[in-house]
Design a protein around this ligand. Sequence first.
Ligand SMILES: NC(=O)c1ccc[n+]([C@@H]2O[C@H](COP(=O)([O-])OP(=O)(O)OC[C@H]3O[C@@H](n4cnc5c(N)ncnc54)[C@H](OP(=O)(O)O)[C@@H]3O)[C@@H](O)[C@H]2O)c1
Length: 332
Amino acid sequence: MANRQVIYARRPEGVPVEADFELRDSQVPTAGPGLLHVRNLWLSLAPYQRLAMAGRYPFTPGFGVGHVMPGETVSRVVASGDPGFAPGELVLCRGGWQTEAAVPATDAETLPAGGPDPRLWLGALGINGLTAFAGLIDTGRPRPGDTVVVSAAAGSVGGLVGQIARIAGCRAVGIAGGPEKCRLATGTFGFDACVDYKAEGWTEALKAACPDGIDVYFDNVGGSVLDAAIPLLAIGGRIVLCGSASQYNAATPYPSPPLGLFVGRRAEVRGFVVYDHMARRDDIRRRLSRWLADGRLRNLEDVAEGLDAAPGQFCRLMRGETMGKVLVRLDS
Ligand SMILES: NC(=O)c1ccc[n+]([C@@H]2O[C@H](COP(=O)([O-])OP(=O)(O)OC[C@H]3O[C@@H](n4cnc5c(N)ncnc54)[C@H](OP(=O)(O)O)[C@@H]3O)[C@@H](O)[C@H]2O)c1
């Protein structure tokens, strides 16, 4: 059987289109010393992959046109070149946009047998769950009663941030693109309010939703939405700069807001990178698992079937058309 792969074929102009990718069949990889031959079961699609295509993502060095698209996967070990892994085990690894992969054993993590649904390791228990928890709790430091505002509130990270804010005793206010996304945030995710930034007069609506100002703004999108949140910061407000999804398809940088705005607010602005928090991942996952099990945390997914659907699913993500964690099921 061949290894089906999605290749980065052409540098996108603006929002990616399917023609920026190519599907091809390649040789099935072998394990080799220190490597695992894995069959990918679930593939995670995420906005950073667009940054990687633009050569602006520091954690995929050397990636470029002609390479297999990068991505985290839940995979089954077929053959192992490392004594720490056995065939048949489920692992979390960077298997990429392909059906089979040879991955370094040092970069793979065994998933517990009989544990939660494996796809959760790419969502609420994966990078995005760790990002939402560590970004909000450790970096944003919310106190009970605080108003926490999060953009891309119907997305994977944003939906989890709002739910964790509620668990921490805060008011959660979302910002999202469109009424359906806002309904998801206030309905399924239990946000106190959600503002549609594509609607007329939305900045006034945000102000009305935050009568005492914003204590923590968790920024997933940057650009004009960040601009609108800054003047609403409460004294001592914190901004967690997690991502700037509104700018990933842009060719030129968005201008920084005037720094003077932060002075009067005694505001704290902190960049966040999840990889700085990996030492705490087991502890964070235990808490997230508990909340998932007792129903306080909902993990929504937007699933496409089969590797050939991955480029189209990614283009939907980068057009802002998805809700929840964006996945591709590879073993259907
Ligand atoms: N710093 C870290 O360590 C770290 C780790 C993981 C993720 N992240 C970041 O966290 C953010 C959320 O990631 P995610 O995986 O949960 O993605 P996501 O929120 O599920 O999807 C991205 C969302 O961005 C919003 N968006 C705003 N402007 C957009 C535009 N011009 N084009 C397309 N989408 C636009 C869309 O929601 P609306 O329609 O509501 O605008 C879209 O659904 C991203 O910025 C990502 O890079 C950072």
